[in-house]
Design a protein around this ligand. Structure first.
Ligand code: ARG
Length: 460
């Protein structure tokens, strides 16, 4: 069925029909389309296009269509151009002649915007719940090893010692920003476009606020031309999804390294790793590699829609139909990755002795020493020089921090006091970092409690 045709002498070519149809992918919007159409029927009743009886008939028919849509046979043989057309055909089959009025003063241009917004609202809620699941798992992993010490890295070189929970809380922060971003994406999507018509505003005096209320929208859009040509709400979602995937890919990369034989810090559960068809000893981190890999698809989706929208003349252009595949694909991949990463986090066993040894064997305490000298009165620049020479001497002599005696240290530089000798243990230096947001044990304990409270609020 078509929603147009009067102006044409012949029908579309078979190639064009196949080429332009979107039912294969936009059928995902069917529930939103029905919900929106039911609200629109009620709006038509309020402006006197439908009688109360007709409206009730249409709404009931839509309920029936919704039930049928869950069955496998529903789409069999459907050649409709898109989901909106299919829904109207089904309405006609179900409710008869009264269905001919449903499209009064409504355009598919606003309908596709409406449906996508309705769909996005729920998708944002779903993603936010999944993010909460990941954040909860991170907090539990932090609680499992509250005192574990790891070397933190810059430039992939050992930099300063930090607590394992401090490291995990860094990812908690990233995911909590993602949670906020999806809230913002939801807020922007949650505006009613209906009443905009094709581009110029509807020719019927709809009470748009009432339709918004009916569908649970926060408000109404302000400009019909903007509505017709706008896909920012889809881009907002794709951007939020891309940043989340970026964060996931970094976690994946970290743990692929940390679980390697070279690091040996952690063991990933058997359930999230796979073996090799050839090499019997292998236990590969495929789950994390796939998360890292799927990032490309999601970011590709953002790029794809950006490029589709770029330079489009006002207002609607059929190019915009190309929004759905990247949007749905990104949503699916993101959800899958969030589910997966949660299971990975829950499977991790840390071997705390390994990262602790990595911290102790390297010179992650150098900054602690220099800062202690500065606290004792040596200008920091000189303190930096002294400790730099101290490290150089150690590296030349093959000495680790623990190999130095207090006497040797004082002989090397009289500025080194007893307090500074103690700082050769990385744990001691961390204690000087009790600044809010730092890795001091008390600061981290407080941050863990605060994160837990924040997560509870996010979940409520
Ligand atoms: N399937 C179309 C889309 O997704 C619906 C809008 C069609 N509008 C039109 N003027 N052809 O964009």
């Amino acid at each position: 069925m078509k929603l147009w045709g009067g102006r044409f002498e012949t029908g579309p070519s078979e190639v064009f029909e196949r080429f332009s149809g979107s039912l294969d992918f936009d059928r995902r919007l069917i529930d939103a389309d029905i919900r929106g159409s039911q609200a629109f029927a009620r709006a038509l009743e309020r402006v006197g296009i439908l009688t109360a009886d007709e409206c009730a008939q249409i709404v009931a028919a839509f309920d029936q269509i919704r039930t049928e849509a869950a069955g496998a046979a529903f789409y069999e043989g459907a050649t409709d151009e898109d989901v909106h057309t299919l829904v109207i055909r089904k309405l006609k089959e179900c409710a008869g002649a009264v269905a001919d009025k449903i499209h009064t003063g409504r355009s598919r241009n606003e309908q596709v915007s409406l449906d996508t917004r309705l769909w996005l609202r729920e998708e944002c809620d779903r993603v936010r719940r999944l993010l909460c699941g990941v954040m909860g798992a991170l907090l539990r992993l932090a609680a499992a090893y509250p005192d574990a010490v790891i070397p933190g890295y810059t430039h992939m070189r050992r930099a300063q010692a930090v607590l394992w929970p401090h490291y995990l809380l860094a990812y908690f922060e990233m995911f909590s920003r993602d949670w906020e971003r999806f809230g913002e994406a939801r807020r922007r999507a949650n505006i009613l476009p209906l009443g905009s018509g094709a581009l110029a505003g509807s020719g019927f005096p709809f009470d748009r606020e009432a339709i918004a209320q009916d569908l649970g929208f926060e408000g109404i859009t302000r400009n019909s031309m903007d509505v017709s040509g706008d896909r920012d709400f889809a881009l907002d979602f794709l951007y939020a999804a891309s940043v989340t995937m970026l964060h996931l890919s970094r976690l994946a990369e970290d743990w692929i390294l940390y679980s390697s034989e070279e690091f040996g810090w952690m063991e990933l559960g058997d359930g999230v790793t796979s073996g090799s068809s050839l090499m019997p000893q292998k236990k590969n981190p495929d789950s994390l590699e796939l998360i890292r890999g799927k990032t490309g698809r999601v970011m590709g989706g953002l790029t794809s829609l950006m490029v589709s929208m770029k330079g489009l003349p006002m207002t609607y252009n059929r190019d915009m139909q190309e929004d759905k595949v990247p949007l749905f694909e990104a949503a699916d991949q993101l959800s899958g990755c969030l589910e997966m990463v949660r299971v990975v986090v829950e499977s991790v066993k840390l071997h705390p002795a390994r990262p602790a040894a990595a911290a102790e064997e390297s010179w992650v305490v150098a900054t602690d020493l220099a800062e202690a000298l500065a606290r004792a009165g040596t200008p920091f620049h000189q303190a930096h020089q002294i400790v730099g020479r101290f490290v150089l001497e150690s590296v030349r002599g093959g000495k680790k921090p623990a190999d130095w005696t207090p006497e040797e240290m004082r002989r090397f530089a009289p500025e080194f006091t007893g307090e500074m000798v103690a700082l050769l243990d990385p744990r001691r230096g961390m204690e000087s970092r009790e600044v809010p947001g730092g890795t001091g044990p008390e600061a981290v304990a407080a941050a863990r409690i605060a994160a837990k409270e924040r997560l509870e609020r996010m979940m409520s």
